[in-house]
Every structure is written in structure tokens, then in C-alpha cells.
Design a protein around this ligand. Structure first.
Ligand code: ADP
Length: 503
């Protein structure tokens, strides 16, 4: 039996998972690391702590796994995307803390680019909407903040990378400075059509191209790990950003396949094949991966509130003691008794895009019980997901037939049954909810030839649970139409919302 070490560098914790070659989890080690909030809305991490916890977890997973080191065929990396690190190319020392994707400190710079009229140009080149979320304005911020860094950057003394690049640099003992297209495309500097760093955007932001990593295929042989780290050198042969890794781990290898990861927020991705689709409904266009020279694109939508709404029911409302209580409570009533809840705590994401919308509870009566509100909360997650998937279908013209799901909230079977009813299609939950790490494992396995191709991966026995729709169409349509009214009401507090055309 061969094994693959997947390093999952997340936003709040780093995880190492040793998978056997059949995709079963053999051992896991996980550790949280520190977050810094120097000002309201600012988020930083210590890049060296990201590396030290990842390496420590890798060693722990290997020790726990108790397998011969020679049987580890490859290392795969998956990571929080967009988070920006600039370091000294010689020493590996960061010149500033990592600026995390959530950090809003460059919102004004992003706004200025919009005001100057670059929205369409940036979208056509990068597939993204201009936002502080992506790496570009964060790199500029660091170069501006650290004296002398522009000159050093131009001389080739500094390196920029997302978390995958910084880990790769340290895993290879400082030898390799590279990334893959699924990460490069989230910097807002990478031209996803021409597949290269975009000279015009670099010039616009005054970012020296000397600091950029080389972009290799997602299954490239990126380098070998320093033999001192794990007792022998291991090839690093797969890199994917976290959401694309989940799409790959869910085996959405073909055009039209869709996955939804229900975590703190929810992320829906559709594989759109070899051509990028530029959205009319506020979805982002990303590179899903580049595998053996062949590129696949994805449409991506984000739902800001998912598991965080369940946490709110528990922590603020005291309606539930544990997240899993929500399932039984929702099932204990026949329906929501006319209650609709829009959990727009931090505004509304795809496809509504109203950052000033706020949470809204409608349809209360004397008979409303907390069970109805709990049920309405779970239903809202499925309804928001429906709206994203529907927008994807409108953009792509692809009618998909199955939704693959993972993430912590996907443990909730009430939610998945309701999701199937609203979509009027099957929902498939994979046995392992660790799709992100599994995606990195598959990619690294393809990189070293442990798997011949994706067809071979597909044949691996997967013990999935399928949820089938059993709601009549008129009830479903009635719920959807009342939901869309609820969304408009939530937006009453905001800037007005956009709804995709109804069915
Ligand atoms: P992330 O990766 O974003 O940290 P996870 O995928 O680990 O998130 O999911 C954590 C979320 O799942 C928490 O918000 C928790 O409230 C929610 N959760 C866990 N179990 C259930 C359940 N049975 N029903 C509903 N929500 C759940």
C-alpha cells in the first residue's frame, strides 16, 4: 500500500492527513494557529507559524500512521486562498505578517480601481470582481508599508506567494518558488485566458514582476521535500486552492458537475470545462486546475452565512445546545409554519450582492415556536444554495443533475433532504467530508503517476449517501417564490438586491 500526505493549510488551523492510495484516511493531525486583528476589519497571521504548525502536523500524522517512510509516494498541498506573504528570497524571512483573505484594509484601494473604471478590464482578464479580498492590493500594501521593498523586489531579493508557495519554499529548503493556476487566479494579477501574469495589471498596481512565483500545472513535480524534514525526500506533486481542491476531491472532473461545501460559509463551484464563462449574475470565474497541460475552469459562488447561522442559533439564541440538535428540532415540526429567515448577518453574497442587507425574520404568529425558526434557518441555507446554483445554470447554459456536498453542516440530513427537494434533483454526500484534503491527495497521486488518470480515481469505491427529492413541485415553487420575497425584504435595509430570473 502506498500513502499520500495531504497538507491542508486552512484559515484557522493546519491539518495533515495521511491517505492510503484508495483515498481512505489513515491518520490525521490538526492544530490551530494564532490570528491577529490589529484594527477592526484587519486580519493577519504569522507566516512562520503557518509553516511550523504545518510541518509539525505532517510529522505527527506520519508518526501516528506508523508506516514505513518509503511508502509515502507524494505530498499534496491545499490552502486558504488569496492570503498574501512577501518574504526574503534568501532567508525565507517574511518582511510583513501574512495579510489574510478576510482582511479589509485595502478596501479603499480596491474602490479607487473601480472608480477609475477598471471593473470590466479586470473581470475580462482575471474572472474576478475588483475587491480587497484578492492578493493584488495586499501585495501593494506590503511593498508600500516596508521601506526599501520596491527596490529589493526589483532586484529579485523578495518573493511573493500565497500560502501554498510559502509552504513549498520551506518544504524544499528554499529551492522552489512556484504556485499552481488555481491559486494564481485568485491574486487578481493572473490572466486566466492567456494563462500568464498580466503585465498591464502589474503596471497599474506598480507591482514588480520579479517577485512573482512560477506557475506550474496543478499536478507538476514542484520539487522534493528537504530530506531533513521527514527522514527522506518526498516529491511534492499536487497543489490546489481549497475550494478547487474540494471540487477535485468530490470527483467533479467533468464539465457541468457541481459541489457545495457547507462550512462556516458555503462555497459552490461548477466545473465549466475548457472555456472560461464570464458571469452575468455575480459569480466569479476561476481556474479549477491545470492537469497534464489541460485547463479546467470553474464558476464560483459564495454564501457568507451557513454554519455561522447554526452557531448563532446555539450561542446567541440558545435555541440549541449542539449544532446537531438543529436536525431533530427541524424534523419535529411539519414545516416552518409560514416562517422565513434570511440570515444576512454580514450582507448577502452571490447572486444577490447586497453588503448592507441584514438578517430578517418574517411570518411570525402566536403559534411560532423556536423549532420553526430553527427549521427556517436550515431551509435558508438550502434556498441560498439554490439561488447560486440556479445562477450558474443561467450563466453556463448547463443543466446539471446532481449536487455533491461536503463540509461540517452537511452532517445535517434534514438540510440535505430539503436541498434535494428545492433543487428537484439528487444530492450526494461523500463518505469522507474531507473533500479538500482528498482533492490534494488525488492531484499529488496523479503527479507521481500513482493514478493513471481521473477515470482510475473515479473507479475507487466511494460509499456515498444519496438524498432524493420527494416534495411536490407546487409546494416547492410556493416556497421559492415566498423565499424571494423574503430576500427582497432583507434587502430593504440595504441597497436593493438582484435576483436571478425565476424558473
Ligand atoms: P469550516 O471548515 O468553515 O471551519 P466546518 O466544515 O468544520 O467549517 O463546519 C463547521 C460548522 O458546521 C459549524 O458552524 C457548526 O455549527 C456546523 N455543524 C456541525 N454539525 C452540524 C449539524 N449536524 N447540523 C448543522 N450544522 C452543523
Amino acid at each position: 500500500m502506498k500513502y499520500i500526505l495531504a497538507l491542508d493549510a486552512g484559515t484557522t488551523s493546519n491539518r495533515a492527513i495521511l491517505f492510503d492510495q484508495l483515498g481512505n484516511i489513515h491518520s490525521v493531525a490538526q492544530k490551530e494557529f494564532q490570528q491577529f486583528f490589529p484594527h477592526p476589519g484587519w486580519v493577519e497571521q504569522n507566516p512562520k507559524e503557518i509553516v511550523s504548525t504545518t510541518l509539525a502536523m505532517a510529522v505527527e500524522a506520519i508518526v501516528q500512521g506508523n508506516i514505513p517512510r518509503e511508502s509515502i509516494a507524494a505530498i499534496g498541498i491545499t490552502n486558504q486562498r488569496e492570503t498574501t506573504i512577501v518574504w526574503d528570497r534568501k532567508t525565507g524571512e517574511p518582511i510583513y505578517n501574512a495579510i489574510v483573505w478576510q482582511c479589509r484594509r485595502t478596501a479603499d484601494q480596491a474602490e479607487e480601481l473601480k472608480k477609475k473604471g477598471y471593473t470590466n478590464a479586470i473581470r475580462e482578464k482575471t474572472g474576478l470582481v475588483i475587491d480587497a479580498y484578492f492578493s493584488a492590493t495586499k501585495i501593494k500594501y506590503i511593498l508600500d508599508a516596508v521601506p526599501g521593498s520596491y527596490e529589493r523586489a526589483k532586484k529579485g531579493e523578495l518573493a511573493f506567494g500565497t500560502v501554498d508557495s510559502y509552504l513549498l519554499y520551506h518544504l524544499t529548503g528554499g529551492k522552489v518558488h512556484a504556485t499552481d493556476p488555481s491559486n494564481a487566479c485568485r491574486t487578481m494579477l493572473y490572466n486566466i485566458v492567456e494563462e500568464k501574469w498580466d503585465e498591464e495589471i502589474l503596471e497599474l498596481l506598480d507591482i514588480p514582476k520579479e517577485i512573482l512565483p512560477e506557475v506550474k500545472d496543478s499536478n507538476a513535480l514542484f520539487g522534493e521535500s528537504d530530506p531533513q524534514l521527514f527522514g527522506r525526500s518526498i516529491p511534492i506533486s499536487g497543489i490546489l486552492g481549497d475550494q478547487q481542491a474540494a471540487l477535485f476531491g468530490q470527483m467533479c472532473f467533468d464539465k457541468g458537475e457541481v459541489k457545495n461545501t457547507y462550512g462556516t460559509g458555503a462555497f459552490v463551484l461548477m466545473n465549466t470545462g475548457g472555456e472560461p464563462i464570464f458571469s452575468q449574475h455575480g459569480l466569479l470565474t476561476s481556474i479549477a486546475w491545470k492537469l497534464k497541460g489541460e485547463i479546467s475552469y470553474a464558476l464560483e459562488g459564495s454564501i457568507f452565512t451557513c454554519g455561522s447561522a447554526i452557531s448563532w442559533l446555539k450561542n446567541e439564541m440558545n435555541f440549541i445546545e449542539k449544532p446537531e440538535d438543529s436536525e431533530k428540532m427541524a424534523q419535529s415540526v411539519e414545516d416552518t409554519n409560514g416562517v422565513f429567515f434570511v440570515p444576512a448577518f454580514t450582507g448577502l453574497g452571490t447572486p444577490y450582492w447586497d453588503s448592507n442587507a441584514r438578517g430578517t425574520l418574517l411570518g411570525l404568529s402566536n403559534g411560532t415556536k423556536k423549532e420553526h425558526i430553527v427549521r427556517a434557518t436550515l431551509e435558508s441555507i438550502a434556498l441560498m444554495s439554490y439561488d447560486v446554483i440556479h445562477a450558474m445554470e443561467l450563466d453556463s447554459g448547463i443543466e446539471h443533475s446532481l449536487l455533491k456536498v461536503d463540509g461540517g453542516v452537511a452532517k445535517n440530513e434534514f438540510l440535505l433532504e430539503f436541498q434535494a427537494n428545492i433543487l428537484q434533483e439528487e444530492v450526494q454526500r461523500s463518505k469522507t467530508l474531507e473533500s479538500t484534503a482528498l482533492g490534494a491527495c488525488f492531484m499529488a497521486g496523479l503527479g507521481v503517476g500513482l493514478y493513471k488518470d481521473t477515470e482510475e480515481i473515479k473507479k475507487m469505491c466511494e460509499d456515498n449517501t444519496i438524498f432524493t427529492p420527494n416534495m411536490d413541485l407546487s409546494t416547492r415553487n410556493e416556497i421559492l417564490s415566498r423565499w424571494h420575497n423574503a430576500i427582497k425584504t432583507a434587502s430593504y435595509f440595504g441597497d436593493g438586491t438582484k435576483l436571478p430570473e425565476e424558473d
